[in-house]
Each structure stands twice: as C-alpha cells, then as structure tokens.
Design a protein around this ligand. Structure first.
Ligand code: M6R
Length: 365
C-alpha cells in the first residue's frame, strides 16, 4: 500500500495535491462561489452568532489557529480558540449565540468529543471538521464539513492538516459570502488562489530533496527553534510539533517578536533557527528578529515566498514557496517543514510511521 514510498508519512506528504483537490471538489461553482450544502446556516442565523470557538488537539489545533485568522479576517466575527483538554475545565462562555467548530482527523479524540458534548449542553451548535465520516464526532455534531484526505496511517499528521487548512479557508469564504462581508471580486480572486494550491504543492514536492541538506545539519543538535509572526507562527507551531514527534529532537516555536523576552537566552553558536517569513507585511519585523538570533550565533534557515531574495542577506539558507494569497501560505509553507521532520527522522533511523509513546488516535482523556 505504500507504493514506491518507504513510509506512509512520505506517501501521505506526496498525496497532498490530490487530497487538496478532493477536499475542494464540488465545493466551488462556476462563478467561484463556495457551495457547502452540508452547512445550511442562513444569513440571519450567522448574524446571530456573536462568537465562534475552535476547539481541537495537536495538529488539528494548529489548523484551528489558521482557521481563526481566516474567519476573523473575512467575516470580522470574533473567534476564540482552545485546546480541547483545557476547554471544558474553564467554564467557557458558550451559549446558543456561539458556534463551536471542533476539528479532528480521526473524529475519535476523547477530549474533542467531550468539548463537543459540553458545547451542545450549553446550547451551542457544533460544526465538525473531520476526516472520518461515521466517526463519533461526525455523528454527534450538528454540521459536518468533511476533509477528503483519505485514510491517514502515519501517526504524524500531514495530509489531514493541509486538508483541514483548506476546509477552514472554504468555510471562512462561505461565511463571508453568506454574510456579504466580502465583495464578489475579492472572493473570486481568493478562490482563484485556492484553485492553484494543488499545483503549487506539486511544485514544492518536486524539489523535496533540497530540504535534505538542512535535515542533515540538525541531526546532532540538542534543540531547534522555529519562529514566525502571524500565520507564520501558526505554521511554526506545527513544524515544531512534527519535528519533535518523529525525530525526538527538542524543538520550540516562538512568535518571533517574543524571542527577546526570554528565549533568546537559549540561542548559542550553531543553534538551528528556522524562520518562517511568508507574511509580506511582517517581513521586515521578522527579519529584524532573525538578525537578533544571528547576532548570538544562530544558524538560520528562512522560509519565504518566491521573489523575496533579499532574505538571503539575513539567513544562512533559504527555501522558497510559490506566491499565493497570504491566507493560503500556511498550506504551502508547511510542506518543506513536513519534509524536514521526515528526512531528519529518516537519517536518525527512527520508526517514522509509529513514533515512540504515541498513538494515532487518542481515545483517553
Ligand atoms: O484525530 P485528531 O485530529 O483529533 O488528533 C489530534 C491529535 O492527536 C493529532 O493531531 C496529533 O497531534 C498528531 N499526531 C500530530 O501529528
């Protein structure tokens, strides 16, 4: 079943152009409008929603961070996000004017199920973004937005994550379309951007080998840091989780501007810092944080978009992703990060598809 791939994880990384195509299939009409009959919320019903919550665990939570950004920026509805194992213990402010979005690849994560049930108990409607039709979460939610990533075998989630990101982009556009918070022209150009994503991921995967050299240089390091601002910070969190999960190398993600508030003390000669710099408006700000790290001896790999060659002046190595709308950059930027963790783990001889201490589906609280 792994075909030409040595591991399911690599196979699943390479399936992403297809899983993105499948997740958008049938959900965009000829006029670039988003079609989601599975979420029959009317304009009036959406207008009643005062706040949304996104609740999930692990990688699904990281997808939710991007979802919050997308929904808030396109609809201006405030979105709170919480880790499912924290949510119900803090007496969350949820009522029948709240829409709770739970995200779960498996649809069986115990904490996420409990968050769903607690939300419904408090009168909220729950929308589930899940990859498994017929799962507990899919059955219990009021609305289900299915990701079409197909079965994900490797414990480290890859194709389900990018499908979740895409689902959030479609959802944010759908809400904006229903609420009319976005003009037709802007929506249409965003949808054109979405349609290009599978091909852009294909282009990134064609250069997969380029990331190997950086993987080799972090093998013997005690710690790796990922930094970014805005959406890049959300991707940094996911990149860091992926690396620690399968390589067992300690890593942390920091909002780049936070480095100097403490963590910079950990940077020494040769410390690998991976800087995500796809957010055009925040480019200069992140570059100045890169310089702070470099001045303490960090070895920096920058991830940015095609054309930003000036980044080469501030980093040791750079990796370029295709140009896209800012909201969609995480779907592209995460691909080299997935490959980085894969190749690092491969060189270390770890059990990539079944990392120690972890299960694919966490059914205990
Ligand atoms: O099935 P779920 O999406 O609810 O799982 C949530 C997390 O357990 C999962 O994303 C985990 O963090 C992954 N192993 C990360 O690669």
């Amino acid at each position: 079943q792994k075909g030409p791939y040595e591991h399911y994880m690599l196979k699943e990384i390479h399936e992403q152009p297809l899983t993105l195509r499948n997740t958008m299939a049938g959900r965009i009409d000829g006029g670039n409008r988003i079609v989601l009959p599975e979420i029959p919320l009317t304009e009036q019903e959406l207008q009643r929603i005062e706040k949304m919550y996104i609740v999930a665990c692990g990688t699904a939570y990281h997808a939710g961070l991007v979802g919050k950004f997308a929904i808030e920026s396109l609809t201006r509805i405030p979105v709170e996000i919480d880790i499912a194992s924290e949510f119900r213990y803090r007496d969350p402010i949820v009522s029948d004017n709240t829409l709770v979005i739970v995200v779960s690849q498996s649809g069986e994560t115990a904490d996420t199920i409990a968050a769903l049930q607690e939300s419904q108990r408090r009168g909220a409607k729950v929308l589930a973004v899940t990859n498994v039709a017929g799962s507990t979460i899919a059955r219990q939610a009021d609305y289900v937005l299915a990701t079409k990533a197909g079965p994900e075998i490797a414990v480290a989630s890859t194709k389900a994550y990018t499908a979740q990101l895409l689902a959030f982009e479609l959802l944010a556009l759908y809400f904006a379309q229903t609420l009319r918070t976005l003009d037709d022209e802007t929506r249409s150009s965003l949808v054109d951007g979405i349609k290009q994503l599978p091909h852009q991921v294909e282009k990134l995967l064609a250069n997969a080998d380029e990331i190997k050299w950086f993987a080799e240089s972090i093998l013997d390091r005690r710690s790796v840091f990922f930094i970014g601002r805005g959406l890049d910070y959300a991707v940094a969190l996911e990149a860091s989780l992926k690396l620690k999960e399968i390589s067992y190398i300690h890593s942390e993600a920091y909002a780049a501007g936070e480095l100097k508030h403490g963590s910079l003390a950990l940077v020494e000669e040769g410390t690998p810092v991976i800087a995500l710099v796809t957010h055009q408006q925040l480019f200069e700000k992140t570059v100045s944080n890169i310089k702070e790290a470099k001045a303490r001896g960090a070895r920096v790999m920058g991830v940015t978009v095609d054309g930003n060659v000036e980044l080469l002046d501030s980093v040791d190595e750079a990796c370029f992703i295709p140009r896209t709308h800012q909201l969609f950059a995480p779907i592209l930027a995460v691909v080299p990060m997935q490959l980085l963790s894969y190749y690092t783990s491969l060189a270390l001889g770890n059990d990539i598809d079944k990392p120690r201490n972890l299960a694919k589906s966490v059914t205990v609280e």
